[in-house]
Write a protein that binds this ligand. Structure first.
Ligand SMILES: NC(=O)c1ccc[n+]([C@@H]2O[C@H](COP(=O)([O-])OP(=O)(O)OC[C@H]3O[C@@H](n4cnc5c(N)ncnc54)[C@H](OP(=O)(O)O)[C@@H]3O)[C@@H](O)[C@H]2O)c1
Length: 284
């Protein structure tokens, strides 16, 4: 039985990936932030999924302290059940905001959840993924194109623009995937960025308002059902495509931004380490 972890597993794309993964026989550790939603999903699935196949953990991944707590909890659990092997980590939780807001550490929220949470969680689970020669799937987006990292104002403190902040966070997902392959593919692990396309979820309606909410309410009607992009995740979980093809859409490699390169990915990785106050994957 292969074990996977999915963040943002209580709604939208993450929930569809969770359901399709269970149907394919994966053991799933879902992470959700809301106990009520966790209970609803667990009850719905309990009729046809045996308890050993689905575990949910609650964590507010906006906060690095919570990421650390749940990361260590998963690691301990994996050590107890299967010698610490993790076949895949799916960093999918994400948000949009239409105003500048920070987590308790003072980090801008889209940056903190869409990038840093996945970066930091991967740090805690890296050795489990290496042991299993596993995969890291990161939900990026086509919106990572036509933008750059704002090295001088990484959290957009000076000039906040919700869409540019979101685009940067999705470029961050690509840089992280790229650098993971640079550093660790020799150890047998693979990282992929995924473009789910435009998907009919409520992401733009949660903790937003004004223009963002108005636009998303219209835009989401043109989106696909989350079941469609979930198939790409299952394809990457089940097949062994080359990590040279870094970025996938509709289960096929897609073109990604030229900003995703060795120089930027290295620099961004080091910056992320500094922001999390870690040496990635090092617990000594
Ligand atoms: N929808 C699109 O068109 C689209 C396109 C490209 C990329 N994406 C990306 O797809 C990913 C999933 O988004 P979605 O569209 O499926 O929207 P969604 O349904 O809102 O999914 C986002 C998930 O993240 C979780 N989450 C939010 N804040 C969290 C926190 N503080 N701690 C832990 N989990 C938290 C949400 O939990 P709750 O269930 O409690 O809200 C939800 O499960 C995101 O990374 C997004 O950027 C979406």
């Amino acid at each position: 039985m292969k074990t996977i972890v999915i963040t943002g597993a209580t709604s939208g794309i993450g929930l569809s990936v969770l359901k399709q993964s269970l149907k394919k026989g994966f053991k799933v550790i879902g992470i959700g932030r809301d106990q009520n939603k966790i209970d609803i999903v667990t009850n719905e699935l309990s009729e046809y999924v045996s308890k050993e196949y689905l575990i949910f953990l609650k964590a507010d991944l906006m906060e690095l302290t919570e990421v650390k707590r749940v990361g260590l909890e998963i690691k301990k659990y994996l050590q107890e059940i299967n010698s610490g092997l993790l076949d895949a980590l799916i960093n999918n939780a994400g948000c949009v905001r239409n105003w500048y807001s920070t987590n308790s550490q003072g980090y801008e929220q889209q940056f903190a959840l869409n990038h840093l949470a996945g970066f930091y969680l991967t740090h805690f689970l890296l050795d489990c993924i290496i042991k299993a020669k596993g995969k890291i799937l990161i939900t990026s987006s086509k919106s990572h194109m036509n933008t750059k990292i704002r090295w001088n104002d990484i959290m957009f403190e000076k000039h906040y623009h919700p869409l540019l902040v979101y685009k940067q966070s999705k470029l961050a997902n690509m840089l992280f995937s790229y650098e993971l392959n640079n550093r660790y593919k020799a150890l047998g692990i693979k990282a992929y960025g995924i473009d789910p396309g435009l998907v009919n979820t409520n992401i733009g309606l949660k903790n937003t308002g004004g223009l963002v909410k108005f636009v998303w309410n219209i835009r989401k009607r043109f989106g696909l059902s989350p079941e469609v992009p979930a198939k790409t995740y299952l394809y990457l979980l089940e097949e062994m495509p080359s990590p040279i093809d870094l970025y996938y859409h509709n289960s096929k490699p897609a073109y990604y931004s030229s900003e995703v390169n060795f120089k930027n990915s290295f620099r961004f990785f080091v910056l992320s380490e500094q922001l999390c106050n870690i040496k990635f994957g090092d617990f000594s």
